[in-house]
Design a protein around this ligand. Structure first.
Ligand code: FDP
Length: 291
């Protein structure tokens, strides 16, 4: 392999290209795969036929990417060795798949780390998501988290057509928070009381579609710590880190309640973390409310 093949940022570009290329096939396979299988993923959630289908397509797409050394997925207990190098790819093949039955948006979320998993968000060399909405788009960036610039692409016939840079509007308008309201800790509920006077609720139940609303209109998305689940629901390697990378790259902030998600120590592949992302002032207020 040439030096260019090994360069982690170049590998990340190729990973994002490969995911964009397979996205139309994932989308086309959804209509016939809306049933649940008699199975659970490593986080104990019910698995749809579409989750397994998307996972297998992504694995096969990544196995042809020079420099990609490991593939980890929310649907698998442990990472698969791709044999290609030091770069690891963590994927949520179908984020928000419970939206399939109700025909609402979903996405594929990709995190590319320079090193073995579990890895810190500071080791990301690229991240992106495909959104299966009325149109199929990808939002993605490459480079270190401190320098990443984030762009939106139209995904058509497996190619990415550049639609321009993504940057959070400075005048935020939307919020969307996961979990049952009675399960929210009192300090988080008090924060919601304060911001719901200023913003309007937009929540669809697929993290990546809800984050896309924040990237488009400005605001805040959270799947917070819950009384019944102090680490929340979302997973650091597959969801928290890539979303933090993209929102921070678009001029926003991320937080686990204390500081950037990118600084949360990685302890295990399927570790969960409270996720809060959005305009910097809204995340600062959140951290003040939770401190
Ligand atoms: P889903 O279970 O449908 O795949 O982590 C996955 C996720 O969706 C997120 O996309 C979403 O924000 C969250 O779970 C919604 O979970 P609940 O409906 O259980 O609150």
């Amino acid at each position: 392999m040439s030096d260019r093949d090994r360069d982690p940022v170049a590998v990340a570009e190729r990973v994002l290209d490969a995911v964009a290329e397979v996205a139309p096939e994932i989308r086309e396979g959804l209509p016939g795969r809306r049933r649940y299988l008699d199975d659970e993923n490593p986080s104990g959630e019910d698995v749809l036929a579409a989750d397994v289908y998307a996972d297998e397509l992504v694995e096969s797409a990544l196995s042809n990417v020079p420099g990609a050394g490991a593939y980890a997925s929310e649907e698998r207990e442990s990472a698969v060795d791709l044999g290609g190098g030091d770069v690891s790819v963590a994927v949520d093949p179908l984020d928000g798949s419970s939206n399939l039955a109700s025909n609402n948006p979903m996405g594929t979320v990709v995190a590319v780390y320079d090193g073995d998993l579990p890895a810190s968000g500071r080791d990301l060399v690229g991240a992106g998501f495909v959104l299966y909405g009325p149109v199929t788009t990808m939002v993605a960036g490459t480079g270190s988290p401190e320098d990443a610039t984030v762009r939106e692409y139209l995904v058509a016939d497996g190619d990415r057509e550049d639609l321009g840079p993504v940057s959070l509007p400075t005048d935020p308008t939307v919020y969307g928070f996961g979990g049952r309201v009675p399960d929210w800790p009192a300090d988080f509920a008090a924060y919601v009381d304060a911001i719901e006077d200023e913003l309007k609720l937009r929540y669809g139940g697929a993290m990546i579609a809800d984050v896309s609303q924040v990237l488009t209109y400005g605001g805040v998305f959270a799947y917070p710590a819950l009384e019944s689940a102090p680490d929340g629901k979302l997973r650091l390697q597959f969801e928290g880190n890539p979303v933090a990378y993209l929102v921070e790259g678009a001029g926003g902030r991320s937080s686990d309640g204390d500081g950037s998600l990118l600084d949360v120590p990685a302890t295990e592949l399927h570790q969960r973390v409270p996720v809060h992302v959005g305009n910097p002032a809204l995340i600062e207020r959140l951290e003040a409310a939770l401190s």
